[in-house]
Unconditional design. Structure first.
Length: 367
């Protein structure tokens, strides 16, 4: 046995293609390098040494019945450099001399046929933080030209990342090219949060996204995966991506755009979509109502509006402008009533079930 970074290797038996092979620990001084080995491997010894130090000796050396190395000369040299006393070995005593010679060559040759998928390679490397991959020769020069095919794959990955394949250039509105949403006249009896969509039993309700952004960010990441489930419900209210006052304007535009694009995609898939309207300061009015047809049923939120006078002022100013620009047929208000003149427009209120439940729990605790 040998110890390496706390790892102890034990003798055991493995089954490969129906044949049982025993992994044995052999003293390194008993192994014999093949004198006619045509593979020059000295340049790789440093990296294999680093690999063994980091991960342990995971791949046994293959030897013949006389102890001559068939496959694993680089690992043998790395073991010598690490001053290991023993190494794991598989004895290929089921092969004749000609098979041994052929296997030695074939094992080295097949690695030449492998190529890197650079998009997947860089994605994997990006997820490794605590291990220095340069120790294993993953230090590709910045100026290295990528093959044509990976470049095309990278373009496709970028399109997918930003859902550009969903964009219909013929159905965009205004300077900011917001995707256009057709008006709806449906009014749901009740609403449930997007985070309950996968477990709710009652499908005769609408789905709202007046929850923390992380709850429905996955919808932007993979919209196709949620279409079938969303379609089981009466309607869907647009993702309410946040428009915080201190956000850069570019982020506010991006969040409105994302909401519209998902809406248009879901409508194209046959989902009844009620556009959620949100805004921030008056400068956002140039884009936050874009893409919505006049006369539609729309949804808004009053969550947090009543906490501060300044918040209510922002909400009221935006509501005035929204009514002027969109002339909605009805307004679905989520989060409770506020004192506001909706100018004769039909208004339907929906309670914040989470808040109501918390109030009930507090009331129960007091009792």
């Amino acid at each position: 046995m040998f110890g390496l970074r706390g790892l102890t290797l034990r003798r055991h038996i493995v089954c490969l293609n129906g044949a049982f092979m025993e992994i044995q620990e052999k003293k390194i001084k008993e192994l014999i390098p093949y004198e006619k080995n045509p593979r020059k491997n000295d340049a790789a010894v440093e990296y294999v040494t680093n690999s063994i130090k980091e991960f342990g000796f995971k791949v046994p050396i293959v030897i013949d019945k006389n102890g001559v190395i068939v496959c694993g000369h680089t690992r043998y040299k790395a073991a010598q450099r690490l001053k290991l006393k023993t190494v794991p070995c598989i004895i290929a005593d089921d092969l004749n001399d000609e098979q041994i010679k052929a296997f030695r060559l074939a094992d080295n040759k097949v690695s030449e046929k492998s190529e890197w998928d650079f998009d997947l390679l860089y994605e994997e490397l990006d997820g490794i933080f605590d291990i220095d991959m340069e120790e294993f020769d993953f230090d590709l020069p910045e100026e290295q030209e990528m093959p044509d095919e990976p470049k095309e794959n990278h373009r496709e990955a970028t399109y997918k990342k930003y859902n550009l394949e969903l964009v219909d250039g013929t159905r965009l509105d205004g300077f900011y090219q917001m995707p256009i949403i057709h008006k709806e006249d449906f009014i749901p009896e009740d609403l449930i949060g997007f985070n309950y969509m996968l477990t709710a039993k009652d499908k005769n309700v609408g789905i709202h996204c007046f929850v923390d952004d992380y709850q429905f960010e996955r919808l932007w990441t993979s919209p196709q995966e949620y279409v079938e489930k969303i379609a089981e419900y009466d309607c869907f209210l647009s993702p309410d991506f946040s428009l915080y006052m201190d956000m850069p304007m570019a982020m506010k535009i991006w969040n409105i755009y994302r909401s519209r694009l998902i809406d248009q995609f879901l409508q194209d898939c046959g989902v009844c979509v009620i556009p959620t309207i949100s805004w921030a300061e008056p400068e956002t009015f140039s884009f936050c109502f874009a893409g919505i047809e006049k006369g539609s049923v729309v949804a808004v939120s009053t969550i947090g509006v009543k906490r501060e006078e300044a918040s209510f002022h922002v909400w009221k100013t935006g509501m005035d402008e929204m009514i002027r620009v969109l002339e909605p047929a009805a307004i679905l208000v989520y989060g409770g009533e506020v004192e506001y003149d909706y100018k004769g427009i039909k208004v339907v209120y929906y309670g914040n079930h989470v808040t109501e439940q918390m109030k009930e729990e507090r009331s129960y605790t007091k009792c």
